[in-house]
Design a protein around this ligand. Sequence first.
Ligand code: SF4
Length: 288
Amino acid sequence: MQITKTEETGFCFGVKRALRTLEKAAHAYGAVETVGPVVHNQQVVDQFARLGVRVVADPDEIKGEVAVISSHGLPPQASEKLKSRRLTIVDTTCPNVRKAQLAAKRLAEEGFWLVVFGDPAHPEVKAILGWANQQGVATLESSDIARLGKVPKRVGILSQTTRNESEFTRFVNDLASVLLPQVQELSILNTLCDVTKRRQAAALELAKNVDLMIVVGGRNSANTRILAEICSSAGAETRHIETADEIQDAWLEHGRSVGVTSGTSIPDNVIDEVMLKLKNWKRGPNKR
Ligand code: SF4
């Protein structure tokens, strides 16, 4: 069985930075609470729980003295509310997410109505709209905007950082054909994350040349789910797993070629375990 791993796997710089900051905060303050999981990976969240880090779904649920903003960010209105309670705030927002937030803020201040290409339920997308003072909408379907009928004269388009570049391009093209007859100004900002773009391109290339792609990452991780969609669209049988234990013998039979890639919130040791399990896998009587 031939096994190939994409060059870049494991934590991205934004996740590494967020986890370093959270670890320091946990050591400095003892019990701290994060608004939403610091990154979308349950194993990482469990590891931090052992250091006393608690996850709350909503800023209002914070009971202690220290509130941590996750790598996906928070709407400024929510941060202000935390500050007004005189809590210590530790901000782990990824710099790339911050760029998208500031882009949204600037566009909104200049009078643009925003269309954010992203999952409206994702915390990063909610935060971006918050930075635009809710002056806009988030969607993955250009038809949603077409259905609105009349839109403001100045429209800004940007993307959730981890979306697929070719889908964002398609979305922008579709939206432009819907909006241009009625708007005066259309401003398109590319807020896609470079790390995500590189991983998607590498995964697509590998997926074209193997039978099976194993995509490692949290099930609730947007960037991992998109990687899996890209691999599947390239024609490779694709399995999204969180840990090596999930690999099934049936996937590996017939001496298949296997590609491995990962989302950005998965630790290196999990990838190493996946690689080890694949390398040790033997068919027939030697099967492990
Ligand atoms: S994937 Fe990109 S945007 Fe998301 S945390 Fe990593 S560097 Fe930041």
